[in-house]
Every structure is written in structure tokens, then in C-alpha cells.
Design a protein around this ligand. Structure first.
Ligand code: ZN
Length: 320
């Protein structure tokens, strides 16, 4: 009999809900807009549970075929009570996410921080069993991370481990959405790249970047990347600056954790890797202790944007 896991990857802009067999075949995937600015927490929770029910009904999964349900959610999430303490991405606070979902669905649901799900997916389905210490770093609108040590997910004492994006690299740097200044994600994320580009434009520069923006569209990291590929010097400078900070941040983590492998994922990392990877590597190499660079690998995830769903499958099968 086939068994499936229903996985949900909850983001600020969309919910990705999918069904994967325990043998590792994705049977169904569907995206639903979150509209987190317009919907309150209760409405988004309804949306999540309805997307799960719809996936089960649309694919005619029988009750005994469903091995488990798992949800990857933006952090920070406290453990073991799985409370969203204060999520800047969704604007939620003091929400017992697991309890709320279990109540709505009338069954058990595994809830894990999205970057923790991602590192689980990478470890079990990205074939990283040989790693004693695996770090996963997502670079998208923000920066976050997950840590596997000796085959186990490391959550820290209360669930807050892996908030890599909020290590301060420059106290006089730009303001982060967490309220502090110069956090890694305020310097090297897609949001940081877009902000730098907007800065050029506000000074009457950035023509090459604007040429890649459709009318009325906001400048994003993708447009800056497109301009850099065409040789635009301002766009290239923005990407190089971000890759320098990415490299320095990774080097800090490498000196703390001494990982075998650092895996990068997320929209910005996957979309701009051709532009920043070499420079990032150079800055990592220049900033890590020799011992820590000996067997170090820095690679892109092979699981792409489905990494959260693979993590959901891993969380059900291997209950971390
Ligand atoms: Zn921050």
C-alpha cells in the first residue's frame, strides 16, 4: 500500500502544499497566496488546514494512506510547545501554531521551523548522511538557517538556534526588520540587494538596473542580477557587496560550527549563484581558520524550492 505525507511550506507570500510518498515521489503540489498583510492569523490557519484537506480530497487519499502531516513555518518557534513567539515575517505573536492546526484538522500535525525542515530535507533527501555537521542557509527576502549535528536537528535550548540572519556584522549598518542595525540579512539578503538598488535610483543613478524592471514593478534582487549579467557596473557592485557579506557571514558560522558542508538554498541564492558564488567562496576562504577549511564544502541545494516539502517528509519519517 502506498503511504503519503502531506507537507505544507508556509511563507509570507504563499503556501506550498504537497503530497509526497514515503518512497520519495511528489504526487501533488499546489500554491495558495498567503496575503499575510490582509489576513489575520486565524484566516491563514484556516487557509493552511483547507489546503491540506483539499490536497487529500483532490487526490482521493484514503485515511490509512496518510502517514503524517507536517507544516514548515517561519520562525522563531519555541519548543517544545511550538509557539510563534514573535514572527516578523507573518506579524504573528504568542500563537500556539501546532495546537491551532491540530484542533482545526482533528489530527496530529508536526510543526517545525521552515529552515529546520529544510536542513532535515537536505540531510535525508539531499544525501548528506556523511556530514557530522551540516549547516543549511537560506538566502531569500531574509536569511535563515538550520543545523544538523551527528544526524540530529539542533534547535538550541528553546528553539531559537539557527537565526543566522540576525547576527550583527556591522552595528552601524542598515536597519533590520528585527529592529537592530547591520544584521546579516540587512546586508546580504534579497531585501538588502533591492534596498541598495533603490538607493542608486533615488540618487538619479541605476539606469541599467531600471532597464530590467517592468513598468510599475518594484526593483528586486532578480532585476539587479539581470543587470549585472549584462555588465551593469552598479548592479555588479551591489551583487559583489552582498556576496562579500555572505562570505563573511558563512566564515563566521564555519568558525563556530566547523561543518563538513554548508548548503545554500532560497530564491536569491539559487537565482544569483552564477554571480556571487566565486566571490563568496573567496571571502569564506579568507576568513576561516585553516583547520576549519580543510574538508569544507559549500554547495547549492539540489532540492530547489521543494526543499521544505522534502523536510516535511523527513520530519514524519524520522521524527527529529
Ligand atoms: Zn535582524
Amino acid at each position: 500500500m502506498r503511504e503519503v505525507v502531506i507537507g505544507v511550506d508556509l511563507g509570507a507570500t504563499k503556501i506550498l502544499t504537497g503530497a509526497i510518498t514515503t518512497g520519495g515521489q511528489i504526487l501533488a503540489k499546489a500554491k495558495f497566496p498567503t496575503c499575510s498583510g490582509e489576513r489575520d492569523a486565524g484566516e491563514i490557519l484556516d487557509l493552511i488546514s483547507n489546503s491540506i484537506i483539499k490536497t487529500i480530497e483532490d487526490n482521493c487519499f484514503a485515511e490509512d494512506e496518510i502517514r503524517g502531516i507536517a507544516v514548515a513555518a517561519p520562525g522563531p518557534l519555541s519548543y517544545p510547545d511550538v509557539e510563534v513567539v514573535d514572527s516578523p515575517n507573518l506579524g504573528w505573536s504568542k500563537l500556539f501554531l501546532k495546537d491551532e492546526l491540530c484542533r482545526r484538522l482533528g489530527r496530529q500535525v508536526i510543526v517545525e521551523k521552515d529552515t529546520n525542515m529544510a536542513v532535515l530535507g537536505e540531510y535525508f533527501f539531499g544525501q548528506r548522511y556523511n556530514c557530522r555537521c551540516l549547516l543549511y542557509i537560506t538566502v531569500s527576502t531574509g536569511i535563515g538557517g538550520g543545523i544538523m549535528i551527528d544526524g540530529k536537528l539542533y534547535r538550541g535550548s528553546g528553539g531559537g538556534a539557527g537565526e543566522f540572519g540576525h547576527m550583527v556584522l556591522d552595528p552601524r549598518g542598515p536597519k533590520c526588520k528585527c529592529g537592530r542595525h547591520g544584521c546579516w540579512e540587512a546586508l546580504a539578503s534579497g531585501t538588502a540587494i533591492a534596498r541598495e538598488a533603490a538607493g542608486f535610483v533615488s540618487q538619479g543613478k541605476g539606469e541599467g538596473i531600471l532597464a530590467n524592471c517592468a513598468e510599475g514593478e518594484q526593483i528586486g534582487a532578480r532585476e539587479v542580477g539581470d543587470a549585472a549579467r549584462k555588465g551593469d557596473p552598479e548592479a555588479s557592485a551591489i551583487i559583489l557587496r552582498a556576496s562579500r557579506y555572505l562570505g563573511i557571514g558563512i566564515a563566521n558560522l564555519v568558525n563556530i560550527f566547523n561543518p563538513d558542508t554548508v548548503v545554500l538554498g532560497g530564491g536569491v541564492a539559487l537565482g544569483l549563484q552564477d554571480l556571487f558564488y566565486d566571490s563568496l567562496l573567496e571571502h569564506v576562504c579568507n576568513n576561516v581558520f585553516a583547520l576549519n577549511s580543510r574538508n569544507l564544502k559549500i554547495e547549492m541545494t539540489k532540492l530547489g524550492n521543494d526543499i521544505g516539502l522534502w523536510g516535511c517528509l523527513a520530519s514524519v519519517l524520522y521524527s527529529p
